[in-house]
Ligand binder design. Structure first.
Ligand code: BTN
Length: 322
């Protein structure tokens, strides 16, 4: 009932009468009053006026299902059809994968205030301090070929870049291929996509996203390269609004991706966000490092790097994300 009352208070600009809440949710006035008091204890500012009812003045920066749903303003399809919100968890990716295996339908979103074993790419850990960031995983079960799945991490990167761009308005939000989001040149978002599949069939994909939102400082080993939305803008954004914007953007771009199972129709938009486009990059290829000019991605999400040999001949090499 708490979630429903929050939704009702969000929906209404003005007052919601106690009677209306009692009638709609089939509970007593005392029960409503208790819930309102619990919400106040959780940081909701609610004005209570006799004979008028309750009015929501301010909601806290919480990542509950109620707050995320209330912030959604565009279609999200199945994305976030179930939202599980934790105070603490080992890893939202691990939880989402477990639930997927146990039969949870596609679209589940798992969110946590902190992670005790947050996972990063290449076996690294992901710093996940309580209340400072968004630690979330979207689980999907797409009916696509497994070898097309790696492109979904670029779809997610584009969606999160657009969501952050929308929220922060003027911040310089860019994608560092394949899926890091940087603001003013420093990393704000990391994405870890994991898949469970057979040779020709995907069981599930978990797209894990870590966003540095309120952090004022960072552990020694990442403090030169990491930043947060707060550090770059001076604003403490409501995390539920960022999550809602991500679900909207991801759903939109995912529909486009599904039409061709590649990035044909998203390539141009992605490339416009690419931080290194038309700049010199160093490619750490296992067969040997080399330098070239990044020319953007192709429809498969590979980075096209133009190299020039000693005779001045140029060639474009597609680099797959690994
Ligand atoms: C990276 O190394 O850049 C990827 C970091 C991904 C971190 C997120 S936080 C939510 C989700 N759960 C995890 O354990 N990892 C991802």
């Amino acid at each position: 009932m708490k979630t429903k009352i929050i939704a009702k208070l969000h929906e209404r600009e003005g007052f919601v009468s106690s009677q209306e809440l009692c009638d709609e949710f089939n509970v007593s006035r005392t029960a409503v009053w208790k819930v309102i008091n619990q919400l106040k204890e959780q940081g909701y500012e609610i004005e209570a006026v006799p004979r008028k009812g309750y009015r929501l003045l301010e909601s806290p920066d919480r990542m509950t299902a109620a707050e995320i749903r209330a912030a959604i303003t565009r279609p999200t399809g199945e994305m976030g059809n179930e939202i599980l919100s934790f105070d603490t968890i080992d890893s939202t990716n691990t939880k989402a994968a477990e639930l997927a295996t146990a039969g949870q339908p596609s679209g589940l979103l798992v969110v946590s205030e902190e992670q005790t074993s947050g996972k990063g790419r290449r076996g690294r850990s992901w710093s996940s301090p309580f209340g400072k960031g968004i630690f979330m995983t979207l689980m999907i079960k797409p009916d696509i070929q497994p070898n097309h799945a790696s492109m979904l991490t670029l779809v997610a990167a584009l969606a999160i870049a657009k969501a952050i761009g929308r929220m922060t308005e003027q911040a310089d939000v860019k994608i560092k291929w394949p899926n890091d989001i940087v603001v003013n040149g420093k990393k704000v978002v990391g994405i870890l996509t994991e898949m469970s599949a057979q040779i020709d069939y995907i069981n599930h994909i978990v797209i894990g996203i870590g966003i540095n939102v309120h952090n004022e400082d960072f552990p020694e080993e990442i403090k030169e390269t990491a930043t947060s939305l707060y550090r770059e803008t001076g604003v403490h954004f409501k995390r539920a609004q960022i999550i809602a914007a991500f679900l909207e953007e991801f759903y939109h771009d995912y529909q486009i991706y599904l039409q061709t199972e590649d990035l044909t129709a998203l390539e141009q938009e992605y490339n416009a966000c690419l931080i290194n486009c038309n700049r010199q990059v160093r490619v750490l290829d296992p067969k040997g490092e080399f330098e070239g000019i990044a020319r953007g991605i192709n429809p498969q999400g590979e980075l096209l790097v133009e190299t020039t040999d000693s005779n001045g001949n140029t060639c474009v090499r597609p680099i797959a994300s690994g």
